[in-house]
Each structure stands twice: as structure tokens, then as C-alpha cells.
Design a protein around this ligand. Structure first.
Ligand code: ASP
Length: 590
């Protein structure tokens, strides 16, 4: 027998019992006559004690152990003279009478402690050692519990968990597909699903009514910080529902998860239209943990002879409270360079400091008198002591830039309370998004999203601005500035779906070739339906107040898309290539 208890189990109720434990040797402390060992497994740490006087040979064997050796010990539980209140097993220790070395360990390349000396790359290469650290185990435990809570809630609501295939045909969801060559069908490829979108809709046509799946999705996107080429969604779909039904059902899920997982009650989620989110926060995923809403100064700023403002589509400002006296020229210069970084892309930063001595310091004092600038600050909800920051230019760009500046100032000035959660539904997304470069429309959500009932007629228009204004029954769940989920009511009518593909630039033949199966299904009694998908990894991260989703993935890829432990992707040998009808020589020539 390897163990009678695990390493987190022993309490004072076990005193005088003889028990057997197995685990990893975490730390060892040798004193004159005694050796103390911390034995670790997934459940906790137990202190072992070896005594020179009672058994010299055994104690010497213990002294010869290395960190991470796998051992089995038997002994008697006794009360500790100096208790450790920070440890669940801290009241007791095990006086060892028998020690078996089950396996030796090489010296680990970093310390296996919460506060490790190992850098990210090294830890990922030896992820099995990294995962032995209690913090990482806690994160994986959290994720496991979360998925189980999802299943409980969904089961109670009568959803069925149904698996959909991983080898499928390309589904456009805005990213590139990963493809898999088919050996049996030379020259043909499967695609890995960007999401099970079409399958879950087909399941609704099939009458399954309520579907969910905790499912891996694959997107071959250019890597950005905190993107993983494979990630997990809680994917859901329901029949005979409207947007309100979906929002209510899944608000229920999220409230349930926050309560069960972190004991936070979220209350009712506010709703905000996409237009309002863009205008007030410069983002479709506003972080509502602090204010600093964006104000337009178009009316007051234009026409004073300041050509930068006169020629701008938008003159937008945000007020930073109470910092007017604090910001030096150097601070302003630094912040100006920050907004000018290519990632933000603003041309310059205009500011108005209303100092506590009532004076105004501003970059635009030549064009506007102090009294006017004070009214601007007041109009934006500010007062004496505050700073107004202004960006201007093309509408969408300026909104995004000032939205980024808002977030940066929120971070710099600690405007975000730790442990605060601010969920909201963003609704009324546009159906279509114009792609300047490609000179065509993309689906803002995906091509299966239904236009709002009132806007269906607009789909017949040839006018770009009319088409751009079509709203969709699409919604996102945002928490603390992170997009946690998104979905839509779907088109369930063949003709409307064809029309949508046409607006997206598909010829009827292309639409038929790619999505004929779905449109055909729509002709056999498709119910009205809609759904949503949540990012499981991101939900874990947001609930724990951490920024990286990698922390909650057992084997994440690094920021160049590599698994550094197994060293993938990797080349394959010529024979394998040949079998797959992939001629590497030709590919290289091409
Ligand atoms: N398939 C969508 C996504 O992955 C979610 C949905 O519309 O249900 O974003």
C-alpha cells in the first residue's frame, strides 16, 4: 500500500495513529540529532521527523534524500510542539519509522515553491515541475471546479452536453483555420473548428432544443499578448428564444458561477448599447470599475481657429480628478509619448490643467481663454484641481485612442479597486463592419447572426452607410473590461442567410459550397434559435483578478505559439509528408 492518507489529511484527531504517506520531498532541514522533511502532494504538505537517537540508519537515509525524490513513509502521528497555523496539517507531524525511496529526482531547474526563481520559459519547458507548485495546482483546481459548476447549472436548466467533431470544414469566424491534410482524400483538408457554430445550429434544427459543450476551439491568429491558438469555450445554443431569454439564462449561469466559485454576488447586469459603449468608453468592452467617461467637445472646440480641432471628426476629452497640481511638464511629455506609441497612434495630446490656485495651464491657451477651458472641464464633470486630456482626429481612431488613455490613467492612478467586479451586457452591435483595406463588409460577429427585426429591410440597400447602420441581435458579456462571452440570435431562414452571405461578398456558388449544408438544413424546419459562447480560460482569469489566461491552462503555448515542453510545432518526416500528399520539395520551390 502506498498510502493510508494524503499529505493534506492529518489533524490532531490522528494523533497516535500509524499512517503511511507518499509524496515528493519538498524541503529538508537537518539539525544535530534530527531531520525535518516537508512531504508534498496535491493535497498539502506534512512535516516528517527523523530522529538520530531512535534510528541512526533511517535518519541518515533521510539526510541523503534530494529535493523532489518520491518517497513513501510510515510512522506515528504526534502533536507538534511548535504548531504552524498557516498549514492545514500544522498541528501534527509524523515520526517516521520506515522510509522507502520510490524514485529519485534530478535537481529541478527551479525551486518548486509559489515564489519560484524559474522564468516563464524554463517553467513551461518543465511544466510538470511547474504544476507541482501549489499556486498552479490551485489554478487548475479552480478551473476543474468551475467546469463542474457549469455542468451542474446547465444540467439543471435541461441543457444537453453534446460533442461536435474536431475535424471539420472551415467556418469563418474572423480568424484563419488550422488545417489538417487528409491522407485518404489526397489534396483535401479538414479544418479545426474556430467554434462549433454551425454544428450547434444544426443541433437546433435537429430538435435538441438546449445544447452546451465545454469545447476546445482553434484559431490561427497572429499572436497577441494573452492569445492562445487553442482555447476553451463554454458553447451554448437554445431554440425558441429571443435575445431576452438568452441574456436571462446566461446571466443566471454567470451569477451562479461567481457565487459558487468566489462567493461574489453580482446583482443584475446593466446593459449598454454598442454605440453608447464606443462613445463613452471608446471600446466595445468597457471597464466600468471606474468613471472617466469620454466627452465630445465638438460643439465647443471647433471654430476657434485651431486647425487640429477644426479638421477633426471628433474632439474627445476625459477628466482626471485631483491631479492638476501633481502633473509636471515632464509627466505631460511622457504621457504624450505614451499616446504617440504606434500601439496607440495618436498624433499628440492636448491638456488643460485647472490648478488649485485657480490658474489654467494648457497647450491650447492661444486659442481658448481660461474661462472657456474651465467650462469644458465642468461640462465633463470635473472641477478645480482636475486635468482634462483631449485627443482629436478621425472618429473611430480617436475613440479607441482615448479609450486606451482612459484605461492607462485608471491603471496608473489605481482607480480600480481590487476585488471589484463590474459585469455588463453590450447589446445592439452592428451587423456588418466595413473593411477599408479589403473594400468589403465583414460580419461583426459571424455570418449566421440575425439582423434586428426592425433593420431587415435595410439589407436591401446599396448604400454603404445604410448597411453599416444595420443593428444585429448580437450581445457580449463584458466583465472588468474583458470580453467574457458573446453570441447572437441566428438567422434561421434560407433566403435571409443567402442575403447575408451576399452582403458579405460571397457569390451564391461560394455560399453554397461552404454553407450549403446549413442552408439546406434551414429548409427542413429550422426553429428560431440563438446562443452564446464564453471563454472559459478568460472567465477563470477574470474571477481571480489575473491578466493572463495561460495561468489556467495546464499546457499553454508560448507567445510564438509553441509548446516548449514537447517542442511543437515540429517538422515531420518525408514519408509522412508523402503519405499526406504534401510534397515538401514543391512547396519550397513555390
Ligand atoms: N461561435 C461564437 C463565438 O465563438 C459564439 C456564438 O455566437 O455563440 O464567438
Amino acid at each position: 500500500m502506498y498510502r493510508t492518507h494524503h499529505c493534506g489529511a492529518l489533524r490532531s484527531t490522528h494523533i497516535d495513529q500509524t499512517v503511511t504517506l507518499s509524496g515528493w520531498m519538498a524541503t529538508k532541514r537537518d539539525f544535530g540529532g534530527m531531520t525535518f522533511i516537508d512531504l508534498r502532494d496535491r493535497y498539502g504538505i506534512t512535516q516528517l521527523i527523523f530522529n538520530m537517537d531512535t534510528d541512526r540508519g533511517l535518519c541518515e537515509k533521510a539526510r541523503g534524500l534530494n529535493r523532489e525524490d518520491v518517497i513513501k513513509v510510515t510512522g506515528k502521528v504526534r502533536e507538534r510542539s511548535s504548531k504552524n497555523p498557516d498549514r492545514a496539517t500544522g498541528d501534527v507531524e509524523l515520526v517516521v519509522t520506515d522510509l522507502t525511496i520510490l524514485n529519485r529526482a534530478k535537481l529541478p531547474p527551479f525551486t518548486i515553491e509559489n515564489d519560484t526563481d524559474g522564468g516563464e520559459d524554463l517553467r513551461m519547458k518543465y511544466r510538470y515541475l511547474d504544476i507541482r507548485r501549489p499556486v498552479v495546482q490551485d489554478q487548475l483546481r479552480f478551473r476543474s471546479k468551475l467546469t463542474i459548476e457549469v455542468r451542474k447549472y446547465m444540467d439543471e436548466q435541461e441543457f444537453l452536453e453534446i460533442e461536435t467533431p474536431v475535424l471539420i470544414k472551415s467556418t469563418p469566424e474572423g480568424a484563419r483555420d488550422f488545417v489538417v491534410p487528409s491522407r485518404l482524400n489526397p489534396g483535401q483538408f479538414y479544418a479545426l473548428p474556430q467554434s462549433p457554430q454551425t454544428f450547434k445550429q444544426i443541433l437546433m434544427v435537429a430538435g435538441m432544443d438546449k445544447y452546451f459543450q465545454i469545447v476546445k476551439c482553434f484559431r490561427d491568429e497572429d499572436l497577441r499578448a494573452d492569445r492562445q491558438p487553442e482555447f476553451t469555450q463554454i458553447d451554448c445554443e437554445m431554440s425558441f428564444v429571443n435575445q431576452e431569454d438568452i441574456l436571462r439564462t446566461f446571466e443566471g449561469l454567470v451569477v451562479h458561477l461567481f457565487e459558487k466559485m468566489i462567493n461574489v454576488s453580482l446583482g443584475e447586469f446593466p446593459r449598454m448599447t454598442y454605440d453608447e459603449a464606443m462613445a463613452k468608453y471608446g471600446s466595445d468592452k468597457p471597464d466600468l470599475r471606474f468613471g472617466m467617461e469620454i466627452n465630445s467637445f465638438n460643439d465647443s472646440a471647433k471654430g476657434a481657429g485651431f486647425s487640429v480641432f477644426d479638421s477633426a471628426d471628433l474632439v474627445a476629452g476625459i477628466v482626471l480628478a485631483g491631479k492638476a497640481d501633481e502633473y509636471s511638464n515632464k509627466n505631460m511629455k511622457e504621457l504624450t509619448s505614451w499616446v504617440q506609441r504606434p500601439q496607440i497612434g495618436a498624433k499628440g495630446l492636448v491638456y488643460v490643467q485647472w490648478k488649485n490656485d485657480d490658474s489654467i495651464k494648457s497647450t491650447i491657451g492661444k486659442f481658448y481663454d481660461d474661462a472657456t477651458l474651465k467650462t469644458w472641464i465642468e461640462a465633463a464633470g470635473g472641477q478645480k484641481g482636475d486635468i482634462l486630456f483631449i485627443l482629436s482626429g478621425e472618429l473611430d481612431q480617436t475613440r479607441k485612442q482615448i479609450g486606451e488613455l482612459r484605461l492607462e490613467l485608471g491603471r496608473r492612478h489605481d482607480l480600480i479597486k481590487p476585488g471589484d467586479f463590474k459585469p455588463l451586457w453590450v447589446v445592439d452591435f452592428p451587423l456588418l463592419e466595413w473593411d477599408e483595406e479589403m473594400n468589403r463588409f465583414h460580419a461583426m460577429h459571424h455570418p449566421f447572426t440575425a439582423p434586428s427585426l426592425n433593420d431587415i429591410d435595410k439589407m436591401a440597400s446599396k448604400d454603404r452607410s445604410v448597411l453599416e447602420n444595420i443593428k444585429a441581435d448580437a450581445y457580449d458579456l463584458v466583465i472588468n473590461g474583458s470580453e467574457i462571452g458573446g453570441g447572437s440570435i441566428r438567422i434561421f431562414d434560407r433566403d435571409l442567410q443567402s442575403k447575408n452571405f451576399e452582403l458579405l461578398g460571397f457569390t451564391p456558388e461560394e455560399a453554397e459550397a461552404q454553407f450549403g449544408f446549413l442552408m439546406n438544413a434551414f429548409e427542413f424546419g429550422a426553429p428560431p434559435h440563438g446562443g452564446i459562447a464564453f471563454g472559459l480560460d478568460r472567465l477563470c482569469a477574470v474571477m481571480n483578478g489575473v491578466s493572463s489566461i495561460r495561468d489556467f491552462i495546464a499546457f499553454p503555448k508560448n507567445n510564438t505559439g509553441r509548446d516548449v515542453m514537447i517542442d511543437a510545432p515540429a517538422s515531420i518526416d518525408d514519408l509522412q509528408l508523402k503519405e499526406l500528399n504534401l510534397n515538401v520539395v514543391d512547396l519550397e520551390k513555390a
